[in-house]
Design a protein around this ligand. Structure first.
Ligand SMILES: Cc1cc2nc3c(=O)[nH]c(=O)nc-3n(C[C@H](O)[C@H](O)[C@H](O)COP(=O)(O)O)c2cc1C
Length: 353
């Protein structure tokens, strides 16, 4: 089986290994550079980065690596009702979170004008910054944006959780399609049907999509070693996107406590839940999840839910508490073995040699 696939060639990388981007402030320049410097593609999840900071971010990555890298955004920046909230709506949602604010000694926050940066402004900044790869989730960018990418030599990679989403990305002319199975850690980036109705596994999704689209397919979800990587290529993928195994590495921006959970027995079970952000994500069950999961129907929409939770998380982290922070993990976590990017990359490369 050749490892020099069309996707590897297009991405100008040495191995069919993409480090999945992490949103929510847990991507780091160090992680991206460590992966790109070892022949994979590092990716930075920039969906909560201010438009005016995206250029500087790309410059910082370029000072740490000569290799290609991806910047990642979320195409859809709010769910219905999640763009603006009246004071009345804000006050009606707050009691869900008030017990945690009280427990952590936090005041009730002021209602903000905006809960999330607008994708349109972020993508303008990204085009200006010209990263080698623009990867995205939760939708298909406009014809104009995709044309701009082509003109500027920026490769595009979009996530699909269903066959229909893969076909939509392909028809739009997206360069690479990331077949994202429900095993994956983080959000289920569905955009045509509800995430709960888009639960295909990586095994089926990769094989089917690879036969139906023109673009090279990248398999994501449940891959953490050379066996998984080879299996994905065998099923028709041309590269793999690995998230949870890189999240557990010391170069990622998560907490040591989260890393320790990922490398321990706490991740024998994960759950899909809207409790952290209002969008469905694979998480490690903790108190925040246990208490909010039964209230799923009462929670505010994305990104408002995530905004309230970010205040709780920041205070809980400062207090060194795991029960009230957001903890993500993919299903493959019990098989994680490596604590640094060089260890993980060397093992992957050796196992597929
Ligand atoms: C904490 C966390 C945050 C993530 N954030 C993003 C994101 O912002 N954008 C994105 O395209 N993928 C995101 N992902 C998905 C990963 O990039 C990758 O596709 C996925 O983790 C692969 O599955 P695995 O976890 O089984 O390896 C995230 C994953 C995790 C675990």
């Amino acid at each position: 089986m050749s490892l020099q696939t069309e996707a590897v060639r297009r991405l100008s990388i040495d191995y069919p290994i993409i480090q999945g981007p992490f949103g929510g402030g847990i991507s780091t320049v160090e992680l991206v550079a460590a992966v790109s410097n070892r022949g994979g593609l590092g990716s930075f999840g920039a969906h909560i980065v201010a438009p005016e900071d995206i250029g500087t971010l790309a410059d910082r990555i370029r000072t740490e690596t000569f290799g290609p890298f991806a910047l990642n955004l979320w195409v859809s920046d709010h769910d219905p009702g999640g763009l603006h909230l009246s004071q009345d709506q804000f006050d009606r949602y707050f009691p869900i979170f008030a017990p945690y604010f009280d427990e952590l000694g936090l005041e009730k926050p002021e209602r903000p004008d905006l809960y999330h940066y607008r994708f349109e402004e972020q993508v303008d900044a990204l085009l200006e910054a010209r990263p080698p790869v623009f990867s995205f989730v939760f939708g298909v960018p406009s014809v104009k944006i995709l044309a701009e990418c082509r003109q500027r030599g920026i490769l595009t990679a979009g996530a699909a959780t269903t066959i229909a989403e893969a076909e939509a990305l392909d028809v739009a002319g997206v360069d690479l399609i990331v077949a994202t199975g429900f095993e994956a850690g983080g959000h289920r980036p569905s955009f045509l049907a509800a995430a709960e109705d888009s639960l295909m596994g990586t095994l089926a999704l990769t094989q089917i999509i690879a036969e139906r689209v023109k673009a090279p397919v990248i398999a994501a979800g449940g891959i953490a070693d050379g066996r998984g990587l080879r299996a994905a290529l065998e099923l028709g993928a041309q590269a793999t996107q690995i998230g949870t195994a890189f999240l557990a590495c010391s170069e990622s921006g998560t907490t040591d406590a989260h890393r320790a959970l990922l490398l321990g027995d706490a991740v024998l079970e994960t759950a899909l839940s809207r409790s952290y952000t209002g969008r469905l994500a694979r998480v490690i069950p903790n108190r925040l999840y246990e208490e909010l999961q039964p209230k799923t129907d009462e929670l505010p929409p994305f990104p408002v839910q995530g905004w309230f939770i970010s205040k709780i998380k920041a205070a809980a982290m400062a207090a060194n508490r795991n029960d009230l922070i957001t903890l993500y993990s993919g299903q493959i976590a019990p098989n994680l073995r490596h604590r640094t990017v060089p260890e993980l990359m060397d093992a992957l490369i050796q196992q597929i040699a």
